[in-house]
Design a protein around this ligand. Structure first.
Ligand SMILES: [Zn+2]
Length: 342
């Protein structure tokens, strides 16, 4: 391969693909359609290997459907708003707009070098007015229908980034994921979407997701929120303890076969102290402490769990149900306890 000069030969073909508009899509009602979209990158600098991995996967899917004869729309864009860009611009002593568009240009060059099959006539940049006007239009529609409202609530606030953080962006012992500052709680007025109006439908449709991991479904239902449900109290075998579980499906109680607790659940210590199960459970807890909530829920990591050696009693039939701790059950959502019905 000593004759292979990538800079020369690749730029020649990249230009040809570009001139021929190889990946531009034309509407064609006779063909079956496929829409392939990967998560937009943040224009924060050069692409890194994580981008290459992510966008290669999407490219494979797009090419697979093209080769199967589908009319594939495979666009790309940039998620280009927010304080990270502003802070980076301040640090680099430049205007956020200059900084952002410079990075977008650079990332586009790199994506073209990678030969990703995007329709370059259909890119979007979320900080362009002709893109965000549609976000504003949607917001107004929600507002007219009474689906957004203003209220105060506690938020995670990073004093150095001067921004609100999602729970998933608070790492370790309450530090900002971006700069490591200690995150504060602030009570701020903000806009809320009334997604609870749709909770029943969203929860019901989780059952239609074929092949999704349980942990992801559990997380989704926690995020959708409790609409209507029941708290069920399970007494524990051989102790005076009891544990409360929230369930939207109390009708499935008869089928409960095991019981899952968040490793941080306050009852766990009392269950395992001085028993031979103590070590196994503490190991799960250690692993969990080094992970973010998103990691724990993502489904990408191995599930970790351990038996506590204790049993709960099913309140409807008195059956003994083994109690486990599992990394994907979290104190922050629900009661930190889940009954499992296979
Ligand atoms: Zn920060």
């Amino acid at each position: 391969m000593s004759d292979y000069k990538p800079k020369k030969i690749e730029s020649k073909w990249q230009k040809k693909w570009d001139d021929d508009k190889l990946y531009s899509v034309r509407e064609n009602p006779a063909m079956e359609k496929r829409y392939i979209l990967e998560m937009f990158p943040y224009p924060s600098g050069d692409l890194h290997m994580g981008h290459v991995r992510n966008y290669s996967i999407g490219d494979v899917v797009a090419r697979y459907y093209s080769m199967k004869g589908f009319n594939v729309l495979h666009p790309i864009g940039w998620d280009a708003f927010g304080l990270p860009a502003e802070n980076a611009a301040i640090k680099n002593k430049t205007h956020p707009k200059t900084w952002t568009y410079k990075n977008i240009k650079r990332q586009e060059e790199q994506m073209r070098q990678l030969g990703l099959s995007y329709d370059w006539d259909r890119t979007v940049v979320t900080c362009d007015p002709d893109y965000y006007r549609w976000g504003q239009w949607l917001f107004l529609k929600f507002y007219e229908k009474g689906l957004v409202y203003r209220d105060k609530s506690n938020v995670n606030w990073c004093p150095s980034c001067q921004t609100v953080l999602a729970n998933e962006q608070v790492h370790g012992e309450g530090e900002c994921w971006r700069c490591g500052s200690v995150v504060e709680q602030r009570r701020l007025a903000q806009w809320f979407f009334r997604i609870t109006d749709y909770a029943d439908r969203l929860l019901a449709d989780l059952d239609l997701l074929d092949g999704w991991q349980d942990r992801v479904k559990v997380m989704q239902s926690n995020w959708i929120g409790k609409s209507r449900g029941t708290e069920v109290v399970f007494r524990l075998d051989k102790t005076d303890e009891s544990i409360t579980v929230f369930t939207t499906r109390p009708d499935t109680l008869f089928g409960a076969t095991f019981f899952l607790l968040a490793p941080e659940h306050p009852v766990v210590d009392r269950l395992i102290d001085g028993t031979s199960y103590e070590q196994g459970v503490k190991k799960v807890r250690q692993t969990v402490a080094s992970r973010t909530m998103v990691d724990r829920a993502s489904g990408e990591m191995e599930k970790e769990g351990a038996f506590t050696g204790q049993y709960a009693l099913n309140p409807v039939n008195g059956e003994k149900i083994p109690i486990w701790v599992a990394d994907y059950v979290m104190m922050e959502y629900g009661t930190g306890a889940v009954m499992a019905v296979p």
